[in-house]
Design a protein around this ligand. Structure first.
Ligand code: GDP
Ligand code: GDP
Length: 437
């Protein structure tokens, strides 16, 4: 299910990054390099109540000047606005309304997206009165917040989640495996899509998905239905976007959100770059099944060790995704292409797998018996009971005497034991601890 996208928009220095960091907490942020622009754009995942959403810190919109850098910053912001479901328009309560705020407001009006107005730097109760002048921006009730103290964020996010689109109706049936291909330009995404479709000769049609501006391609193979989720670079875009190929990260992220299985394409000839890591990390964070697809294997100089060495390289770079299988192929010659869909099926199955509670508890009891949890200040973690609460990704709750006593390394140990017992190849696993004595 696609997660809603929230963009934080406003002129520089109002506190967007500060709030962005508060919203994503200790989750991973993806920094996108924007050449020629004064700052990076950040992506992350936020959570509020039972909602998960993507959040974008757009950088800043400074409209006064018309030099190139500022123009490109504005294009950025416009893109972000277009891609988002809800916009947090941030202003500075200490500074009051500036001409730039009004211009940004104008831009947001035109977007017709839901806008929630956040007045930052309301650091204490005395400042609360400072928010009233912002009514005149025309976005309804301003929410006073303080990035420095973290106050007011709850009310703000309550309002933001109110505007999320209703995600209950799934675009495709449960039985359809939704596949996204991600990777930097020229890695071979379009070629691979064409190879898959050409190979199967079962193109149904290119239908416009129900989600705005996504073009998805459904197909079927051996009685299994799939949909290839549109990703940046896979089709021609309008003029604005031609200049912003670099910024296709946002489209990749949206495709990931909507996918079950993410194919992380790597250029076998060139190896792994930092951006590959960031995007793969996002797939992991979003709880999607993942496969590394090393493409252009036809032009790699190979001997009998090359594949093993490349595999080691991927494992070294993606330490957090050791669960993801690796497929080597050539979209061009179609060599080894037939290996891909069976692996897609396999990881999709693992992603949706449900483990019976008694089997799970057996595995955990055994794991604890072999290697009891370490003590902390004389107290020992006790796991009373475990149960899988959801799928996609498989999510397990451990009821324990005190969640504080669960350490990362022990959680990792349990995860490994669970994987060893049940497989779960290709999917992240989520473990949560809850107090229950
Ligand atoms: P951005 O350019 O909009 O992303 O703004 P930043 O997050 O970088 O913040 C700009 C400046 O405002 C920094 O010096 C922050 O420490 C400061 N700042 C952010 N939030 C608050 C706040 O709630 N109160 C005060 N007093 N300062 C803040
Ligand atoms: P995209 O930007 O990721 O969609 O990449 P394309 O599918 O447009 O491919 C970029 C270039 O790489 C094109 O010239 C393709 O012909 C070439 N290419 C794609 N896959 C392969 C492959 O497996 N082997 C070789 N040798 N070239 C490939």
């Amino acid at each position: 299910m696609a997660r809603p996208v929230v963009a934080i928009v406003g002129r520089p220095n109002v506190g967007k990054s500060t709030i962005f960091n508060r919203i994503i907490g200790d989750r991973l942020a993806i920094v996108e390099d924007m050449p020629g622009v004064t700052r990076d754009r950040l992506y992350g995942v936020g959570e509020w109540l039972d909602h998960q959403f993507s959040v974008i810190d757009t950088g800043g919109i400074e409209i006064d000047g018309e030099d190139e850098i500022l123009k490109s910053v504005r294009v950025q912001a416009e893109l972000a606005i277009e891609e988002s479901d809800v916009i947090i328009f941030m202003v500075d309560g200490k500074a009051g309304i500036t001409p730039n705020d009004s211009e940004v407001a104008e831009l947001l009006f035109r977007s017709k997206k839901p806008v929630v107005l956040a007045v930052n730097k309301i650091d204490n109760i005395q400042r609360q009165d400072d928010i009233y002048e912002f009514y005149s921006l025309g976005f309804g009730t301003p929410f006073g917040i303080s990035g420095s103290h973290g106050t007011g964020l709850g009310d703000l996010l309550d309002e933001v989640v109110q505007h999320f689109p209703d995600t209950k109706d799934d675009e495709y049936g449960e039985e359809v495996i939704r596949v996204a291909l991600i990777g930097r330009p020229n890695v071979g995404k379009s070629s691979l899509v064409n190879a898959i479709l050409g190979e199967e000769r079962v193109i149904v049609s290119n239908v416009a998905g129900t989600t705005r501006d996504a073009i998805d391609t459904p197909f079927e193979k051996d009685d299994q239905k799939y949909v290839i989720i549109d990703t940046a670079g896979m089709r021609k875009r309008g003029k604005v976007y031609e200049n912003t190929e670099k910024y296709s990260v946002m489209r990749a992220l949206k495709a990931i959100e909507r996918a079950d299985v993410v194919l992380v394409l790597i250029n076998g000839e060139e190896g792994i770059i930092e951006q590959d890591k960031h995007i793969a990390g996002y797939a992991h964070d979003a709880g999607k099944a993942a496969i590394f697809v090393v493409n252009k294997w036809d032009i790699v100089d190979k001997d009998d060790k090359t594949m093993q060495q490349f595999t080691q390289k991927i494992r070294d770079h993606f330490l957090f995704m050791t669960y993801a299988p690796i497929v080597y192929l050539s979209a061009l010659t179609k060599s080894r292409l037939h290996k891909l869909l069976p692996v897609v099926n396999q990881v999709a199955e693992a992603h949706a797998m449900r483990i019976q509670t008694h089997l799970l508890n057996d595995v955990i009891s055994d794991a604890v018996a072999i290697n009891p949890p370490p003590t902390d200040k004389g107290r020992r973690l006790r796991i009373n009971y475990a149960t899988q609460v959801s799928v996609k990704p498989p999510t397990i709750v451990l009821f324990v005497n005190d969640p504080e006593l669960m350490h990362f390394s022990y959680e990792r140990y349990l995860e490994n034991k669970i994987r060893a017992a049940f497989g779960f190849e290709g999917t992240p696993l989520r473990l949560f601890t809850r107090k229950k004595s």
